[in-house]
Design a binder for this molecule. Sequence first.
Ligand code: ZN
Length: 340
Amino acid sequence: MKVNLAEAHARLNKAKEIHQKAKVFDGHCDTILKIINDKRSLKRTLGKKSTTGHLDIPRMKEGGIDVQVFAVFIEDIYKPDRALKRALQLIDCFYREIEKNQDDISLVTNYNQIEGINRAGKIAAILSIEGGEALEGDLGVLRVLYRLGVRLLTLTWNQRNQIADGIGESRTGSGLTEFGLKVIDEMNDLGMLIDVSHLSETGFWDVIKRSKTPIIASHSNCYALCSHLRNLKDEQIKALTDKDGVVGISFVPNFLTQERRKTTVKDVVTHIDYLVEKAGINYVGLGSDFDGTGGLPLGLGGVDKMPNITTELLNRGYKEGEIEKILGGNFLRVFKKVVG
Ligand SMILES: [Zn+2]
């Protein structure tokens, strides 16, 4: 028993060491929406440790985050005809938060900036939009959003928009519209990450066919383990990874298991295991959905708990180099290839 305890302790230290050394990349959070909607005297800001949400700078530091994708999520009441204005309000909120905390975090728009910002001991923030409604059907708007620093677009949320149908519209089985195809081409030309999380299955296959660059699912899990509409089927995983893309495993309990029980960090790692088994080590990453989900698994209640994933990966026999790829290396490879 004593030997086992010593072993466990050594492994914990090893996990800490690996986690600290690795680049940790989280592909999705909805924190900006939480901050803008906090009407009560700025209780929630990125700079202050929050007691209610999942993510802030003090906890990102504890969690060893190097790169964080911040999504601009547009609520239903603003769709479709006030979506762009709402997106701009959220982008403004994001910029103000980044400026208030410029010693700790910076917006990055290319791979070299990530390297530089991390070397300066700061967190690199990537700006993304969750829901193509923000384009309001205009490629010019897409180009302006790119100029504002947006490098990732989740084409749809669950509904239909000008680009495509979301997974909530699966009854009609529709995919990309003509405008949607143009958006894919323009994103390819600009160097933006195309995100298929929330997209209908037909839409997914349209994107696979159309996009010349790797695509990502920023926060989706494996359908074979949990048959939720938001998860990717084996054929989708194969197609996405054949294209050199990456899947960010989300921590949303409903996407982890259909069993009515409390989920834990082990469930997250089980989805990672499955992707590695199906596609190899190069195509899986993390896409927490912090501040975008009510509940979270035990042991992953906030971004500060990220090292628990590393401990569990180590427990399951992953080697250091493999863990580095899962924690961030894979997402960074695709970001470098697509965004430059
Ligand atoms: Zn989402």
